[in-house]
Design a protein. Structure first.
Ligand code: HDD
Length: 728
């Protein structure tokens, strides 16, 4: 146990340690480097055709005469155009928009008592992974911050073959049987007659389907919650959703649910921010992940298991095979067994992120499938969809999909076959008796010999028919703020529905969850408020683990704090405050009147004297953003610094006022230093009670103020209060 604690603590908070592990050195990276990467734009490289012939001229096609027609003989033109015309492969039918990253997985403690999977038993391994996060509804070019489930797919390149854990950031799903997936997806995608709306479920078809599918009620509560507007891919949980099985060396089977928990905590945007960000920076999540990895802030997740012995399979009031239910952590605690770190961005979006092909049926010895009818159906669909995306079965030969372990078989040929199989035989048995089947001891995957018999019937287990207990559990386990957000989201979504019978049917469904919830939404929609039916009686059970706010992670690591400054700022003040906030792990970015130089008071004075051009000196600051183009929505908190006069006379006064007001409205911490306090009192719509004119540091309602910055003012206490305000 002490060993485990030591290992965990040595791995804990080890961004610095992670960065010392040399990103790009895993077995998968070495393979990609050797086999397929090219650096095309190095000195001395010439443009050539794909057949290797160098080209002398790429700006004009080959013509018969100066003004004549283009000639068929122009093979360079034809290759150029053909490649371009064929650049796209079909976008994923769901999860089309995504972002990927490389990394590795490490295990804290061997799980050999429950599984024989090497990735979960060998603590000396650092298993390479490729992760793709995604939205579900929108197409490849849609915005990141829409209200939607997020995909969380992990490909582990293990020594025993690839294991794909294809999960979401929500632990349950809309439907219980995979056969309904095409109907679900048709209903939530843009409507078929006009392809509207993009990146939203706020339309008739989705809510029509949902209102007729009571099994979706639990999932609806999750998608209306803040889980569907995450602050960052780095700050969301992941779940395997379906129940899988683990099998150990003794051949014993256990049921398992897989969990990912971000070390940065689980955080969300507010709805108004999400809406604005979708226009201001449609790549908000993509950029956030990319920049974090580029700057060495490698995101990390702990990996956990909820394990259920075979004998306990039927001991719950829900069916373990029903993916519209969670196993409450209060019943079966999550055992945290390992950690994943993402430490390298892809070299090429198409080659890696677009071409990565996840399939739920990619499992390794020691991990297998339960009879969850969703999982069973998924096992068919993912392989089938890759056949469509890649025009055949050779997608596993694409570099990002290739396993890192050696493997042999008699599978052959097909479109775009890469492997050159040597030898005279391509069948088994053959006169060499190689390659041959392995035994379990030799590492073969052996399907768990589960006894199965039954009538051929189209039905589901009896416990699958209960749809409301866990919807209630979720709703009642939320804090009042989270409940209000669910009400607001339901009102927005249903408010976009034109057909009133859908709204009415949905309110009837919500009534079975909670009367006050249904009433509040009905009120907002202008519908007749229904009578309490008594159907919403609840057993009072709660699961605090479902709330994002009950036990938030107390860290502001990698959070983005904007320092809004105008010319004439006090350099020493800005630098020392910035240093103190950075020391708490946050990133500080300067938003100035323009990008580049912001002139400090000293610089203004000296330029007056010498009338020379102002340059950013070593100690000066340069704005990362201009207040004209950056919005408060891009940051987690803001600090406004400047004399009242400088702020009032700034050409961007209006933008600055909006910056402050908007940050406050989105419940972000707002720091006001010196003249900025009086400026805010005069022009901003923050309650005066939060704008203390005291010369000491005050904090009220997330607004941190110090009206008079003197020698005696401790930057650290202002910074400390600001950090606390960001946390809360
Ligand atoms: Fe799925 C993609 C997650 C149900 C069929 N799914 C896809 C991706 C994720 C999930 C994360 C994107 C993978 C990537 O980044 O390339 N899907 C889930 C979860 C489900 C689920 C957590 C509920 C338990 N999916 C589900 C069902 C079916 C599919 C029931 C069909 C029977 N999913 C697909 C697919 C996709 C896909 C059509 C589209 C692109 C792809 O597979 O590669 O096969």
């Amino acid at each position: 146990m002490t060993d485990l604690v030591n290992k965990m603590s040595s791995m804990k908070d080890n961004m610095a340690e992670a960065s010392a592990t040399k990103p790009g050195s895993s077995k998968k990276d070495q393979f990609l480097e050797k086999a397929y990467r090219t650096q095309d734009n190095e000195p001395g490289h010439f443009i050539a055709t794909p057949t290797g012939v160098k080209i002398d001229h790429t700006d004009d096609s080959l013509k018969a005469g100066e003004r004549g027609p283009t000639l068929m003989e122009d093979f360079h033109f034809r290759y150029t155009m053909t490649q371009f015309d064929h650049e796209r492969i079909p976008e994923r039918v769901v999860h089309a928009r995504g972002s990927g990253a490389h990394g590795y997985f490490e295990l804290f403690e061997s799980q050999s008592d429950i599984t024989k999977a090497g990735v979960l038993t060998d603590t000396s391994r650092k298993t390479p992974v490729f992760v793709r996060f995604s939205t579900v509804q929108g197409s490849r070019g849609s915005a990141d911050t829409v209200r939607d489930v997020r995909g969380f797919a992990v490909k582990f390149y293990t020594e025993e073959g690839n294991w794909d854990l294809v999960g979401n950031n929500i632990p349950v799903f809309f439907i219980q049987d995979a056969i309904k997936f095409p109907d679900l997806v048709h209903s939530l995608k843009p409507e078929p007659h006009n392809e509207i709306p993009q990146g939203q479920t706020a339309h008739d078809n989705f809510w029509d389907f949902a209102s007729l599918m009571p099994e979706s009620t639990h999932m609806l509560m999750w998608i209306l919650s803040d889980r569907t507007i995450p602050r960052s891919y780095r700050m969301m949980q992941g779940f395997g959703v379906n129940t899988y099985i683990l099998v150990n060396e003794k051949g014993e089977r256990r049921f398992v649910k897989f969990h990912w928990k971000p070390l940065l905590g689980t955080h969300s945007l507010v709805w108004d921010e999400s809406l604005k960000l979708a226009g201001q920076d449609p790549d908000f999540h993509r950029r956030d992940l990319w920049e974090a990895i580029e700057s060495g802030n490698y995101p990390q997740w702990d990996f956990g298991l909820q394990v259920i012995d075979e004998k306990d399979e039927d001991s719950f009031d829900f069916d373990l095979l029903d993916c519209t239910k969670v196993i409450p952590e209060e019943l079966v605690p999550v055992k945290w067994i390992g950690r994943m770190t993402l430490d390298r961005n892809p070299d090429n979006f198409f080659a890696e992120t677009e071409q990565v092909a996840y399939c739920t049926q990619h499992v390794v010895p020691g991990i297998g499938f339960s009879n969850d009818p969703m999982l069973q159906g998924r096992n068919f669909s993912y392989l089938d969809t890759q056949l469509n995306r890649f025009n055949g079965p050779n997608f596993n030969e694409v570099p990002i999909n290739q396993p890192v372990c050696p493997f042999f078989n008699n599978l052959r040929d097909g479109f775009n076959r890469q492997r050159i199989n040597k030898g005279k035989t391509n069948y088994y048995p053959n006169r060499h008796m190689n390659p041959k089947p392995a035994t379990a001891e030799e590492g073969a995957f052996v399907h768990f010999p589960e006894k199965t018999e039954g009538m051929k019937i189209r039905t589901r287990g009896s416990k699958f028919r209960e749809h409301y207990n866990q919807a209630k559990l979720f709703y009642y386990s939320m804090t009042p703020v989270e409940q209000q957000h669910i009400i607001d989201a339901a009102s927005f979504e249903l408010g976009r529905v034109d057909d009133q019978q859908i709204q009415v049917r949905m309110i009837e469904g919500f009534l079975k969850v909670d009367y006050t919830f249904a009433k509040a939404v009905a009120d907002n929609l202008g519908l007749e408020v229904p009578q309490a039916s008594g159907n919403d009686a609840y057993n009072g059970k709660l699961s605090p683990a479902l709330s994002q706010l009950v036990a938030p992670v107390q860290s502001i690591a990698t959070r983005k704090i904007a320092f809004v400054v105008v010319d004439g700022y006090d350099k020493a003040q800005v630098l020392s405050l910035r240093g103190a906030i950075k020391a708490a792990g946050a990133m500080t970015l300067i938003v100035g009147p323009r990008r580049g130089v912001v002139k400090s008071q000293d610089q203004l004075n000296s330029s007056k004297e010498s009338s020379s051009t102002v340059k950013v000196d070593e100690e000066g600051i340069s704005a990362d953003f201009s207040v004209l183009t950056a919005r408060s929505t891009l940051f987690d908190a803001i600090v406004l610094i400047g004399t009242q006069q400088a702020l009032e006379q700034s050409g961007q006064r209006g933008q600055i006022i909006h910056f402050v007001n908007e940050a406050y409205k989105h419940c972000k911490a707002v720091g006001l230093v010196g003249g900025a306090v009086e400026f805010a009192r005069k022009y901003c719509s923050i309650p005066q009670t939060a704008l203390s004119t005291d010369n000491t540091v005050c904090c009220e309602d997330g607004v941190v103020t110090v009206a008079q910055w003197t020698e005696a003012t401790e930057e650290s206490s202002f910074a400390k209060q600001t950090v606390e305000a960001v946390k809360s």
